[in-house]
Ligand binder design. Structure first.
Ligand code: F6P
Length: 337
């Protein structure tokens, strides 16, 4: 059995641990051959494929990024008026045939799941593993990378507390999450944010201002505001800048903004993510060994299982008002807008 493995979309901590989990199980347990496809689906277009052996896997568990490289190549997009010789799906199928790959493992976020589902629909044996710091892949409780990003964001919020308190300022911190506010919710709650703004929950700037003023009245002259990058703003402003300006206008409080950016995506995975990535990678190989294709590995409760890829593609897992952290946060007086 010959497996190809690729990593696609934005990187996150834990990808290399997943590659290691897939490949070590495949090579040492099942005696399969494993090939690394470089730069996501682009590697299938360019026939850019390297053999992987146990030596290639040394040191991967704790390493950030991806040894295979990644890209945001979407080979099934914009195919109108493309000459047959440049038809990307056909190019990928040619590579898979030429390289005699029996299966392709795709590690990626929502875009990757969509592309992988389309590849599976052409008859290729595909297994996927969900990967994103945003935690918005539908069909799994948690994606690896999320815990690492939340840990980094939480530490950043912890650090903002002391400087906010020293200067009696409002500190606004922007974390990643375009459509889903999972990082803002989890790091905001873990970091003791006073106001947490998510793309999923509409906010009222007057209520945010009132929260800050009421805190002052209770003897708390500083506030921490955690915002997801995807909250709606006016004038094309970035989330943190917009909220900081509005708060200053509403309250007259000195306000500062911090954009955490790619720090929360870089570097190595937490112990939780290493173990999740290892378990998910191993399960991907189990699916291949048992001939269960067209499936995405998933975490349900504490169990690693899988779901049909066709059910995942095109859906997003968003925060809802019913999430227990939102309910508990509201009970404790945290303002969600
Ligand atoms: O990995 C997901 C994500 O981190 C989003 O939250 C973020 O907006 C996006 O990727 C940005 O990635 P890039 O700049 O690499 O496209």
């Amino acid at each position: 059995m010959r497996i190809g493995i690729l990593t696609s979309g934005g990187d996150c901590p834990g990808i290399n641990a997943t590659i290691r989990g897939v490949c070590k199980t495949a090579i040492s347990h099942y005696g399969m051959e494993v090939y690394g496809i470089r730069s996501g689906f682009r590697g299938l277009l360019d026939n850019d494929i390297i053999p992987l052996d146990e030596n290639s896997l040394t040191g991967l568990l704790s390493m950030g990024g991806t040894i295979l490289g990644t890209s945001r190549e979407k080979p099934f997009k914009n195919r109108a008026n493309v000459p047959v010789s440049e038809d990307k799906p056909a190019m990928m199928l040619k590579t898979i045939r030429e390289r005699k790959l029996d299966c392709v493992v795709c590690i990626g976020g929502n875009g990757t799941q969509k592309t992988a589902a389309k590849l599976a629909a052409t008859g290729v044996n595909v297994v996927t593993v969900p990967k994103t710091i945003d935690n918005d892949v539908w069909g799994t409780d948690i994606s690896f990378g999320f815990d690492s990003a939340v840990s980094i964001a939480t530490e950043a919020i912890d650090r903002l507390h002391s400087t906010a308190s020293a200067h009696q300022r409002v500190m606004v911190i922007e974390v990643m999450g375009h459509k889903a506010g999972w990082i803002a919710l989890y790091s905001g709650m873990a970091g003791g944010g006073d106001i947490i703004l998510l793309p999923e929950i509409p906010f009222d700037i007057h209520r945010i201002g009132d929260t800050i003023i009421n805190r002052l009245k209770k003897g708390k002259p500083y506030s921490i505001v955690v915002v997801a990058e995807g909250i709606p703003t006016l004038g094309g402003k970035k989330a943190a800048q917009y909220i900081a300006e509005e708060i200053e206008y509403e309250t007259g409080f000195e306000t500062r903004e911090t954009v955490l950016g790619y720090i929360q995506r870089g570097g190595g995975p937490t112990a939780f993510d290493r173990n999740l990535a290892t378990r998910m990678g191993g399960h991907a190989t189990e699916l291949i060994a048992s001939g269960q294709f067209g499936r995405m590995v998933s975490l349900r409760g504490s169990e690693i299982t899988s779901v049909p890829l066709s059910e995942v593609a095109g859906k997003l897992k968003l925060v809802t008002e019913e999430h227990d952290l939102v309910i508990q946060g509201r009970r404790m007086g945290i303002c969600f807008g």
